[in-house]
Design a protein around this ligand. Structure first.
Ligand code: ZN
Length: 72
């Protein structure tokens, strides 16, 4: 996955891309976010949700516009 290089809007430390995977009930969630190691600022850019519904899988991709708003 290609990603941009961002600086923390609070303290100007380079943000680190983090990918988190978690199971919640019958769902699997993958969250892409940027985090500042200095001040713990974080912003979620994308969330992928894989859900099992009646024996078949359903994929949902939610994109956040928050990061575009911060860096516009
Ligand atoms: Zn920071």
């Amino acid at each position: 996955m290609k990603h941009k290089y961002y600086l923390c809007p609070r303290c100007k430390t380079p943000l680190t891309l983090m990918i988190e995977s978690e199971h919640i009930g019958s769902e699997r969630r993958i969250t892409y976010k940027y985090r500042c190691s200095a001040c713990s600022f974080k912003v979620v850019t994308e969330r992928v949700i894989l859900r099992k519904v009646n024996g078949s899988f359903r994929l949902e991709i939610l994109k956040s516009r928050e990061i575009e708003r911060i860096y516009q």
